[in-house]
Design a protein around this ligand. Sequence first.
Ligand SMILES: Nc1ncnc2c1ncn2[C@@H]1O[C@H](COP(=O)(O)OP(=O)(O)O)[C@@H](O)[C@H]1O
Ligand SMILES: CC(C)(COP(=O)(O)O)[C@@H](O)C(=O)NCCC(=O)O
Ligand SMILES: [K+]
Length: 253
Amino acid sequence: MIGNSRLHWALFVDNTLNSTWDTEHLSASDMQLLAKTNTLPLSPSSTRPIFLSSNLPITLVLASVVPTQTKLWQTYPNVRLITLNHIPIKGMYPTLGIDRALALYGAGKTYGFPILVIDVGTALTFTGVDHQQRLIGGAILPGLSLQFNSLGQNTGQLPSLKTNSITSLPQRFALNTKEAIQSGVIYTLLAGTKDFIESWLSLFPDSKIAITGGDSDLLKSYFQTYDPEISAQLISEKNLIFLGMEKILFGNG
Ligand SMILES: Nc1ncnc2c1ncn2[C@@H]1O[C@H](COP(=O)(O)OP(=O)(O)O)[C@@H](O)[C@H]1O
Ligand SMILES: CC(C)(COP(=O)(O)O)[C@@H](O)C(=O)NCCC(=O)O
Ligand SMILES: [K+]
C-alpha cells in the first residue's frame, strides 16, 4: 500500500496475512535495482532498505494513492494493481482513495456492516458504509503531522511540532507556544472527531467504529482521557487495508 508518507508492506503466505512492515518511499534507482534482481525491501522506515529475495517468484500486489509512486512500481515484474473495480462496495465515486475503500471493506468484512473507518494518516479520513455495503460517504482533513507542519512552515514564529513529542493531553488554555499549538490542534481534532462519530451513530446506531493509520494510537489515547465512552467504542486495527486486500485477493471471509 503506497500512502502519502510511506510504503506499507504485507507478506501473504498460503493466502493469509503473514506479517507487515513500513518503509520510506523508494527512489527510481532503488526501484531499478529491485526490478532487476526481483527483490523487495524489508526494513523499518527509519533505516535504509535491505532487500528480501525469494527463490519463488513473488507477486507484488499494489494499491496506491500516490500516482508518481504507482508509475515507478509498475516497472516491477509480476505486479498487480488493485483498483476500485475490485472492491465490492456500492456507490463509490471514481476518485475515492483506494486506501479508504480497502480499509472500509476490510473493516466491514472483519467487524460487520455498517461501519465507520477513521484513518489517522497523512490525511485524516472518515469513511462510512451501510448494512448493504453501500458507501454513505466521508470527509478528509489534514492529519496531525500535516497540521503541525503547516503551522511551522507557514508562520514566522511557530515551530513544527512532532507528534511523538506529545504523550498526554495538553492543558487546554496554554501559557506557552508549544502547548498552545498542541492544545489548538488536538482539542479541535478530538471535538471534530467526536462530532463525526456522534453524527454517524445517529444515522447508524448499531454501527461499529474502526480506527487505523500511523497516528491512530495517539488519537485513541487522547480519547481515553477526553471521552472514555467514545474511546471504548473505537476498534483499533493497524491492518485494515491488508485485511481488505486479503479478502479481495483470496476471498477469506
Ligand atoms: N515511524 C513513522 N514514520 C512515519 N510516520 C509515522 C511514524 N509513526 C507514526 N507516524 C505518523 O503517521 C503519519 C502517516 O500515517 P500513515 O498511515 O502511516 O501513512 P500514510 O498516510 O502514508 O498511509 C505521519 O504523518 C506521522 O504523524
Ligand atoms: C485522502 C487520502 C489523501 C488519504 O491518504 P493517506 O493519508 O492515507 O496517505 C487518499 O485516500 C486520497 O488521495 N483520496 C482521494 C480522494 C478521496 O478519497 O475522495
Ligand atoms: K492511510
